[in-house]
Design a protein around this ligand. Structure first.
Ligand code: FAD
Length: 278
């Protein structure tokens, strides 16, 4: 079963909600007056967007909690859902129950990871699940309630969610779960959450990045070993490298540009054209 993520609903006007929240903090006007100015089109969308973008560069994050998104998420595994529900703040979950839902004929949907397929072991995994399915059905037929028959079911079993999450929490989830340190299925879900928000509200969607993204920390705060292993490590500095550079700068130990460097600067020709002298 393929993973599906659908944006069902969101704050009616996320930009206006954010603008009103931020403006209330920084204006002599009452929030009612700010609201009225927007209604009267004395404050336009571009002005709101510019103001919000400047605020998003700061650590003033609580207004971001006033914008919310509702998503339907289906076809994810219980291995994913165990991780997902660890997020405690600014997110509400409803998840398909294995107590109230009995799998008809014992047939439960499941996910087989690509690594298992590549190892050529997907057939064995499916055979095992077939046996689990038969025993589940037999137990239910013998009067075992679904809530106890489910003790047989694997982490691979698929499940569905309906969630509501505020923008601040979504940023945090993407910080962690778009990072290549996160598990592949969670990365996939986070990328789908992001593309849904991008489609509906690109001004906000572009901030949903891994924490090393240019709109987030801009550097990697994982271990140097993980940074070296990361495919985007080459375009993101590691925090220790930044500190080493800063310390060297303070001690006046930055490598001076030598003759070779100056020659390279003077003669470098990106376009491959002739370098003229004189
Ligand atoms: C790569 C990776 C590996 C992981 N490995 C493991 C693992 O091996 N075992 C494991 O058990 N979990 C693991 N986790 C899960 C992790 O420990 C967190 O439970 C999960 O990422 C939720 O993150 P959070 O607490 O930052 O998010 P949220 O719960 O959404 O919290 C949001 C923010 O609020 C803060 N916050 C929330 N509640 C409190 C509180 N009570 N007091 C103070 N601050 C609070 C959080 O610190 C965070 O900054 C892993 C996560 C990742 C990304």
């Amino acid at each position: 079963m393929a993973i599906q993520v659908t944006l069902l609903s969101r704050s009616e006007n996320p930009l206006r909600s954010l603008y009103e929240a931020y403006r209330t903090c920084y204006s002599q006007l009452t929030p009612q007056q700010v609201h009225q100015r927007i209604e009267d089109e004395r404050i336009g969308e571009e002005q709101m967007r510019d103001f919000i973008v400047e605020r998003l560069k700061t650590g003033h994050a609580s207004p971001l909690e006033q914008v919310w998104f509702e998503f339907a998420i289906s076809g994810v595994s219980r291995a994913f859902s165990h991780q997902f529900v660890r997020h405690r703040v600014g997110i509400s979950f409803e998840q398909q129950s294995q107590r109230y839902v009995t799998y008809k004929g014992g047939e439960f949907p499941y996910t087989i990871p690509d690594t298992v397929r590549r190892a050529g072991m997907d057939g064995e995994m499916a055979d095992l699940f077939e046996k689990v399915s038969e025993l589940y059905e037999a137990m239910v037929a013998a009067g075992v309630p679904a809530e106890d028959a489910r003790f047989l079911l694997p982490n691979a079993t698929n499940t569905n969610f309906k969630i509501t999450v505020n923008f601040q929490s979504l940023l945090h989830i993407c910080d962690l779960r778009l990072c290549t340190r996160a598990q592949w299925e969670f990365r996939k879900v986070a990328a789908l959450l992001r593309s849904e928000v991008m489609r509906a509200e690109p001004t906000l969607g572009k901030y949903l990045q891994p924490k090393c993204g240019e709109h987030r920390l801009g550097y990697c705060d994982e271990s140097e070993k993980d940074w070296e292993a990361c495919p985007i490590g080459r375009v993101r500095p590691h925090k220790d490298a930044l500190f080493r550079l800063y310390d060297a700068h303070r001690r006046g130990e930055l490598q001076p540009l030598d003759e070779d460097a100056w020659r390279a600067i003077e003669t470098f020709d990106e376009g491959g054209g002739a370098v003229t002298g004189g």
